[in-house]
Design a binder for this molecule. Structure first.
Ligand SMILES: [Zn+2]
Length: 358
């Protein structure tokens, strides 16, 4: 197959978005698109290119004082009657238009057309973001080629509708158990009802006042919620155990350990089992390239409330944020689309940022 990513396509991020969407690349099937991207990057004399699995890395080596990463995943969720792309007025429809081939197009367009950016740039096009973490290209590169990820700042081009979304909240899941003693309900006084005891757990949840925390101008709203409740033995038995599953979403000024301590504080005297935990990421907008990036965007940042790959960079000590042309509300939807104007704005913003200090 001739590579559809020709020089004419690479100079126009809108045409490039469509061309990338039209290369099918559902997770675990990214070989063809990775081949095409690798081929383009290897033909660019200003880039040093390497590949691991279906993840492709290319970087400049200009000896600049700072290095930034532009990253995007090549995979999409399964197609759903929305392949290949179509254009209606100023919208491109199709699987991956928003999440996140329009973002990948911005990075690939800059990689191919900007030989002397003001920062050294590492471009990272990775596989398998939409499936289990063990296959995630960024996760694999962090294990096998951590030197590819050395940088002062990273931008993930995930859909944010042109808004800077910084940092992300952490998450902790735990089971709060109450214990009692079984008895026949006809002689209930001989038992202790564990479901009744769970009333106190629910009362504490109902009384809970979550924090709102502002860091670097980004406001994070925490939450502590019961997400499941299990208990009961039979219609004539006083139950001896009840379990309330709770989920804490915590602002990134708390570590995982502090979040856990907090759960122990709220549910003091109860039996607590943690079932899942992932750290948040501070917005890290103090880094010089991050400040310049915000200037180029010219709008206030917002807090990212969900968990994203930004945390993987944060875990490596690299401040990172999300910024992309797609609308996150349309990601994974059958009518997924992207506005052509948002692609043009994004390309202009990134270009402004990367050429400000040439
Ligand atoms: Zn995505």
């Amino acid at each position: 197959m001739a590579n559809p990513l020709t020089p004419d396509v690479l100079v126009d991020p809108v045409v490039l978005t469509r061309t990338l969407v039209d290369i099918e690349s559902v997770s675990r099937d990214e070989k063809v698109i990775a081949d095409c991207v690798e081929d383009v990057l290897r033909q660019s004399p200003h880039l040093h290119t390497e590949r691991y699995g279906n993840t492709v890395m290319a970087r400049t080596g200009l000896g600049r004082g700072q290095r930034v990463i532009l990253a995007g995943h090549l995979d999409t969720v399964p197609i759903n009657g929305n392949f290949p792309s179509t254009v209606v007025d100023d919208l491109i429809y199709g699987c991956g238009t928003s999440d996140m081939k329009s973002g990948v197009a911005l990075a690939l367009h800059l990689a191919a057309t900007l030989p002397e950016p003001g920062y050294d740039v590492t471009y990272l096009f990775y596989e398998a973001e939409e499936i289990e973490s063990q296959f995630n290209g960024l996760h694999l590169v962090a294990q096998e080629h951590p030197e590819w990820l050395r940088a002062d700042f990273a931008v993930l081009l995930e859909p944010t509708y042109g808004v800077v979304e910084a940092g992300c909240q952490g998450t902790l899941a735990a089971r709060i158990r109450t214990h009692g003693r079984r008895a026949h309900t006809a002689r209930a006084w001989r038992g202790v009802n564990a479901i009744h005891a769970a009333g106190e757990v629910l009362r504490r949840l109902a009384d809970y006042r979550p924090r709102t925390v502002t860091i670097d101008g980004c406001t994070y709203r925490e939450g502590l919620n019961a997400v499941r409740i299990v208990g009961g033995v039979a219609g004539n038995v006083v139950p001896d155990e009840c379990e309330v599953e709770v989920n804490l979403r915590f602002a990134p000024d708390r570590t995982e350990k502090q979040a856990l301590d907090h759960v122990h504080e709220v549910f003091a005297d109860f039996d607590i089992e943690v079932t899942d935990s992932a750290p948040g990421a501070l917005p890290g907008l103090g880094a010089a390239p991050a400040r310049e990036f915000l200037t180029a965007v010219g709008a206030e940042p917002a807090a990212k409330l969900g968990w994203t790959d930004v945390s993987r960079f944060a875990a490596l000590g690299i401040p990172a944020l999300n910024y992309g042309p797609g609308d996150p509300a349309l990601a994974h939807a059958p009518d997924e689309h992207v506005e052509i104007g948002k692609i043009r704005d994004g390309a202009a913003t990134l270009h402004r940022w990367l050429t400000a200090y040439e």
